[in-house]
Every structure is written in C-alpha cells, then in structure tokens.
Design a protein around this ligand. Structure first.
Ligand code: AVJ
Length: 322
C-alpha cells in the first residue's frame, strides 16, 4: 500500500473570502438568498448524514441500491484507469464503484475531491487501507477549481453523485457540464447520479421530514454565518420551508423570518433587515427527466448516454462518453 497523497487548492482563508463574498451578495439581494455549499461545516455534514438515513429521504438509499446493482455494468462501459469523484465527502458510494473497477483490473488511481480537508483526509486513509492496490490522491478544492487540476496519465471517469448537480441553477449547470466536457478527452466518461421528477407528495417530505432534521440542516447555515462572519442571526426567529416549484421542477428550501428582525453581520459591516414572513432561499435541488438530462449532456458534447433507474423512477445513474 502506498500512503494516500493530498493536494490543496483552497486554503481556509480563500474559503472564508468566498463565504464573505457569497453572504454579501445574497443578503443584499432582493429576494435574499444563500448558496447551499455553506451548509456543510462539521455540524452541517453530520446533519446531512442524518438526513440520508431518514425514512422520507429516499435519494441516498436509492442511489446506493443502483450502484450496488449496476456498478459492474458501469465498469464494463467506462473501464477507466482513473476514477475522479467530485464532492466525494466520505467516499462511501465510490467504494461500490472501486470494488467493481478494481475487480476488472483496469483501475490504477482514485482521485476524490472535496472542499472539506478533514473529510478528505479520513476518506483517503480509509480507502487506501481497503484498496491497497489503488493509488489514492485527494484534491481539496471546489469542483470548478479542481477540474483544472485533474491528473492525467490514463483514461478517466469523473463521477458526480448524490444528486448534487441539482444544486446548480440551469446556467451554472450548463457551464459546469461544458467544463467537464472540456477537460475530458475523447473516450473518457462522466457518471452522474441525479434525482428524477416524481410525485410532490414524495418529494416535499424528503425536504421537510417529520423529525425536523432537514429544518435543523437548513437553519445551520445561519450558525455558519454567526460563527464564520460574526453575525447575530437568532435561529429561533426563522422557520424552515420546502416548496416544490412545478415550472422549474426543483425543490426550494427557504428560511422564513417569523417576525421583523435586524441582523448584524459584523465581519461584513453589514446590517440586514428581515420583514415578518420574508423568505430567503437557501437551496435549489433540481429534479431531472431522462430526456432533459440526456439533452443537456448532448449539448455539452457527450455521446452514448446510458442510464440506470430504480423501479419507481426516482433516481438515475447516467453514464456518458466524451
Ligand atoms: C446533497 C445536494 C444532493 O439536494 O437532496 C438534502 C442536499 N438538502 N436535504 C439534496 C439536501 C436537503 C442534497 N444534495
């Protein structure tokens, strides 16, 4: 076993500067909004782990079942020497792919990327122990920045799982898919895990569970601003709202002010006013249709799109060749 290596493309200072810029932009906009990437501090990541185990939150377990069932087919289609995983978190899902890719004997290297250096250190260590014959190289950074630093030296498959593509608004998504297409050479692959449009009676509870874990996760972004930017958000003054937008076909998570409020964000020298009932968007989670995602991939320059879905058609694994 070779010890895992780590490459850092984002420092804590850069991360803080990015948070400041996002908070300043979102909190001074009308309507107010915050990007979902700031949910995931240590507590936010822990709350997300709990969400994945809720009875109402089907995406994670549906994707896992699809990977268990079809990792072998995906391996046969893509046969990569290098597996790159964007937003790898705990690398839990990639283990299923690594088993099958490893079994085919083509895989040489696993490159997980995440913004969380601590999550990546733990994951790379665990994966190298479990897969001693695979070279493990972690990349700390955000997805777009990391795409510019992808290793070469073999044919690659980029995996972007968990439905995180749905957090991007359509313009960002188009740009992101185009960037992936630009870094991949002909014959290399992209593997996406995307949640599909389904009954709102299934979708909404997945983002507004009975135990209130998603509400805590949503509110956690305010704690992040309190801790990182010296803000004084009163978490009890906000409530979690999940709305299905049937036109854009995405779930919107919002935080609603329950009373008129003035919030001070010390590190930005900013005073923000909320009116009672005002809603601030904290996440979009787009749901896809097969035809839509195939068309987006084709428009970005991918071909031979293959898909695997569960019987209820709630989630899809999509593999496309560059
Ligand atoms: C990790 C971004 C895919 O959008 O379903 C879970 C995050 N938000 N519950 C999603 C999330 C609320 C999740 N992603």
């Amino acid at each position: 076993m070779r010890a895992p290596t780590l490459e850092v493309h984002i420092t804590p200072e850069q991360l803080n500067a990015a948070l400041r810029a996002d908070a300043e932009r979102g909190l001074t906009a009308t309507p107010k909004w915050l990007p979902p990437k700031w949910f995931y501090d240590a507590r936010g990541s822990e709350l997300f782990e709990r969400i994945t185990q809720l009875p109402e939150y089907y995406p994670t377990r549906t994707e896992r079942a699809l990977l268990e069932e079809h990792a072998r087919d995906i391996a046969a289609v893509a046969m990569p020497q290098i597996l790159v995983e964007l937003g790898s978190g705990s690398s839990e899902k990639s283990r299923l792919l690594l088993h099958e890719l490893g079994a085919r004997g083509t895989l040489e290297k696993y490159v997980p990327q995440d913004v969380s250096e601590s999550a990546l250190r733990d994951a790379t260590r665990r994966i190298s122990v479990e897969f001693p014959e695979i070279d493990v190289h972690g990349v700390v950074g955000d997805f777009t920045e990391s795409l510019r630093h992808l290793p070469g030296g073999g044919s690659r498959m980029i995996a972007f799982l968990g439905g995180t593509l749905g957090n991007l608004v359509p313009d960002e998504r188009r740009e992101f898919l185009a960037e992936i297409a630009a870094v991949l050479g002909s014959g290399e692959h992209l593997l996406l895990g995307v949640a599909l449009v389904t009954d709102p009676r299934v979708l909404i509870p997945a983002y507004d569970d009975a135990a209130g874990v998603t509400a805590q996760f949503d509110l956690n972004v305010l704690s992040v601003l309190n801790k990182q930017l010296g803000a004084d958000f009163d978490l009890d003054g906000f409530r979690h709202v999940a709305v299905w937008d049937p036109v854009d076909e995405w779930i919107e998570m919002r935080l609603e002010a329950t009373a008129d409020m003035t919030v001070r964000v010390a590190d930005l020298g900013l005073t923000v006013r909320f009116a009672a009932g005002e809603q601030m968007r904290t996440e979009i989670s787009a749901k896809f249709r097969m035809s839509g995602i195939s068309a987006e991939l084709a428009a970005a320059g991918f071909e031979d799109v293959q898909t695997w879905t569960d019987d209820d058609q709630r989630f899809a694994l999509v593999c496309a060749r560059r």
